[in-house]
Design a protein around this ligand. Structure first.
Ligand SMILES: Cc1cc2nc3c(=O)[nH]c(=O)nc-3n(C[C@H](O)[C@H](O)[C@H](O)COP(=O)(O)OP(=O)(O)OC[C@H]3O[C@@H](n4cnc5c(N)ncnc54)[C@H](O)[C@@H]3O)c2cc1C
Length: 400
């Protein structure tokens, strides 16, 4: 009987965990493991691109890769982990409650947007967090041209000026012009709590964001909190209004609540605080990875961010270590010393930085080329080819 590594989630971390576990079994010449991925669909949804148009196309089918590597895919949604029994309750697409046991469990169920209970957001707001919600925004934007022209119709408010908010806001001017006509007076406003544009980032990066925003006509409302969203726009905490047919929430993210019955420490974002091998302390057979893991990236005190850059590497280490522990091979402590950012800034270009201090290395067209290479190639699954996939899944191979 094979020993099962059950991986929950087929995002960046889950997909790479599966490939990396398969790689180690292959290297060890072992046929003793069943590597199984449980997720609603056998696809990778490319969340970092959800600010773009044609969102339905931003998925990658994982079936050819999984078939090539003998990874079992199980369609379903995990509801509850029964750690004492070594199993997971999940619901099949037909709604049937099913129990599946594991020898090792890798929790890679990702994250979702957090609204902080702002009034009216759930009913009237949009977001680009998941494929379905990004599609809803796209359908809404595409239908704007059918509405009578008003300032509100032509205005999009983006709540939150972090990376997601900035990429969406700087993408929108050209998208709105394409939808509503070049002569239409469209408006994009970023509502941001902080007192500086891009205040969380290095000064050099902020300056590029400021320049791009100015060139694209993206307005920033700083020191501004959202009080309420309704069908006609946003009321800010100072009582002022922005009339807008489209309000998009981008601020705040929370790890999936899966595993909330485990007795384990989580950080403020809901991530499990994991050991260097990405185990959940107290559960030697359970690993957390990707957006579910709060893990140290180096010995300097840096911690993995909820980014696909970290999720990919965290996935490779988690899969490797889950397999290593069954194959009686020594595990690898997770480390990811390099950190880069590549921020899309619409038709203005992009900006690429290296290091935790975000030193600028490329701007505008050069950075844009790199951004496209990253988001259209680098973060996609490997080809359904054993050799290539296993080479890429090596946790110690250079990534960025
Ligand atoms: C709009 C947007 C822009 C972003 N831009 C960037 C960027 O520019 N650069 C960057 O590095 N990162 C970016 N990110 C962050 C990045 O997308 C995430 O950090 C990354 O997706 C995390 O990978 P993951 O595998 O942990 O989770 P996810 O990619 O969220 O995958 C989670 C998987 O788990 C499955 N799942 C969830 N719950 C269950 C359950 N109960 N049972 C079974 N399966 C389940 C899901 O279906 C999915 O397959 C962006 C995110 C968004 C939303």
């Amino acid at each position: 009987m094979k020993q099962r590594i059950l991986i929950i989630g087929s995002g960046f971390a889950g997909m790479w965990a599966a490939v990396s576990a398969a790689r180690l079994a292959h290297l060890q010449g072992s046929n003793a493991l069943e590597i199984a991925v449980l997720a609603p669909q056998p696809e990778l949804r490319v969340r970092p691109r959800f600010y773009e148009a044609n969102v339905a196309s931003l998925t990658a089918d994982l079936q050819p890769l999984f078939a090539e590597l003998d990874i079992r895919f199980i369609a379903g949604h995990a509801d509850r982990i029964e750690a004492a029994e070594g199993g997971v309750w999940y619901k099949t697409p037909e709604g049937e409650e099913t129990f599946l046991t594991y020898e090792r469990l890798v929790i890679a169920s990702g994250s979702h947007l957090h609204h902080f209970g702002v009034k009216g957001i759930a009913e009237h707001g949009f977001d680009i967090d998941q494929l379905e919600t990004a599609q809803r925004l796209e359908d809404h934007l595409n239908a704007l041209a059918n509405q009578p022209e008003t300032e509100a119709r032509n205005t999009v408010v983006v709540c939150g000026g972090g990376f997601t908010g900035i990429e969406l806001a700087t993408e929108l001017p050209s998208r709105l012009k394409a939808l509503l006509g070049n002569d239409t007076n469209t408006k994009v406003v970023v509502v941001e709590r902080g007192n500086t544009i891009g205040g969380r980032y290095s000064e050099a990066l902020r300056e590029e964001i400021r320049k791009a925003s100015e060139a694209l006509g993206v307005e920033w409302r700083l020191n501004a909190g959202v009080e309420m969203v309704d069908a006609n726009g946003v009321t800010l905490q100072d009582g002022s209004r922005i009339e807008a047919a489209t309000v998009v929430w981008t601020a705040g993210v929370k790890a999936s609540s899966l595993g909330e019955n485990l007795t384990a420490d989580r950080d403020a974002l809901g991530r499990f605080i994991v050991t260097p091998e990405l185990r959940i302390p107290g559960y030697s057979d359970i690993f957390a990875t990707g957006d579910m893991a709060h893990a140290k990236t180096d010995s300097l005190g840096n911690t993995a961010l909820m980014t696909c850059q970290h999720a990919i590497q965290l996935g490779k280490f988690a899969g490797h270590n889950a397999a290593a522990s069954l194959l009686e091979v020594e595990g690898l402590p997770y480390q990811q010393v390099n950190y880069v950012t590549c921020l899309d800034l619409g038709t203005w270009g992009a900006v690429y930085t290296e290091g935790w201090d975000q030193q600028i290395k490329l701007v505008r067209e050069e950075a844009k080329k790199l951004k496209i290479a990253i988001t259209n190639e680098l973060i996609y699954p490997p080809k359904a080819n054993r050799e290539e996939a296993f080479a890429a899944a090596d946790p110690l191979a250079k990534f960025v």
